[in-house]
Design a protein around this ligand. Sequence first.
Ligand code: ADP
Length: 511
Amino acid sequence: MQMHHADSAISLLYVEDDPCTREIVTSIIARRLPGMVLHAAENGEAGLALFKRHRPDIVLTDISMPVMDGMQMAFNIRSIDPCANIIAVTAKDETRYLLDAIEAGVSRYLLKPLEFGKLFEAIDDCVARVALQRQTMVQQGFIRQLSRAMEQGPSMMMITSASGVIEYVNAKFSKITGYSPEEVLGQNLLITLRNMTASHDLDLLWSTVSRGAQWRGEFMSRKKNGELYFKEVSVSPLTDDKGSLTQFVALMEDITERKEMQEKMRRLNDELEQRVKERTMEMEAANRELDTFCYSIAHDLSTPLRGMSCFSSILLEDYREQLDDAGKEYLNRIESASVRMGQLINDLLKLSRVTRGNLSRKRIDLSALAQEVFASLSACDPSRRVEVVVAKGVETDGDPGLVGMAVKNLLENAWKYTGKEPFPRIEFGSCGHEGETIYFVRDNGIGFDMAYAPKIFIPFERLHGVGEFEGTGVGLATVQRIVTRHGGRVWAEGEEGRGSTFYFTLGARRH
Ligand code: ADP
């Protein structure tokens, strides 16, 4: 038996007036039940005093004793502790006390001479009862704690019968809903949900919990004062030892505030998204307008420019004799300025064309494209010896016209900015990085200071003067627009006097 709890040994009070019997019985009990705490007294009065002091779990007492007999003592003990376990021992001729003994709450009755078998049977019986009493007490404590937690907990709680009749609601439930326990106990749970929830939700709830599974969800309910509120509900079925459904426990949380917050956030986000959309559209429209403006200016400028150039050449040819050297020189300058202006206008038109028209995506063989560009560059400039390295099999998906223009721009720059290098070398290739293909053009030319790197993609920004290298400063801006239209990026690395590398991606993720 598991009654000998380490922290609380079971104790027994033995009351017997005959010192000899007292001695023998005490020592036998001590030997048989070594873990038991024993107290002994010689009469009812002394026994009662010991009982009051030690509150033993079991009382074993003789009946006829001087001063106070066992029956009297049993009465007194019972009035102190109605659950006391009392075993009375008496002589055969005292059986007339039997009724009194029952009345006194004696739980066991043994006859003299004492049979130890019977005695221990009675004691064991009491010990089992004590163990049960203790266990019940522990459980009751646990239940008390649980119910306190339920009563004072932060969540609303409801217990219903298996058929949904409300058996319990905690204080939080009453506080939030405004319904007192008296108003809802005995009512069907559906009353608190009526009209508030789509019926298929409820059907799902019932089918889930009747299977013995937990159900979680959100409900909208009405408080007693008519106010609507959102609650998060989890319903768990309770079963008995045999596994049959006895009750449901519902834990509910008022989430109205949280819901309102979420709704507010959602509305804010929508508003923000809308505003960003509008702003983007505005900016796109402004950009388009600017492009159109640029295009028409560039376009409209070509005609007067052609006039200027034309008339200055006529002047130079037909009135050569009337002009002195300074006059001829000025006309020559007008002529070359208009040629340069013509280049600028052409490049501007090219740049604005990049953002017009539809983008088609096709397979492009970039290696072949690069080879062609190099071939035409060296055909135009046969005196230059340039070491050209083009990686094989570099391909991409993109708009052939635009991607061709971008690659051509980069290669032409590399060609141009290696012009003063005794052993020029230009490389075209690609590499994969985090699932993205990066294309690059590398040269060992003049390079540039990295501090100016962001500037070079701005139209007309040049790091090198026209006297040094020809150009309009529109090439890289064009490359950037083309790459951006494809969903890619372009960037550059360089060092003054040590060459530069231009990298770009085209949005399509493949190695
Ligand atoms: P540009 O017509 O002047 O070449 P780009 O837009 O193509 O115009 O280039 C802008 C500027 O970036 C150039 O003026 C030059 O200073 C710098 N740059 C471009 N490519 C290179 C390169 N391969 N090496 C060094 N500098 C370069």
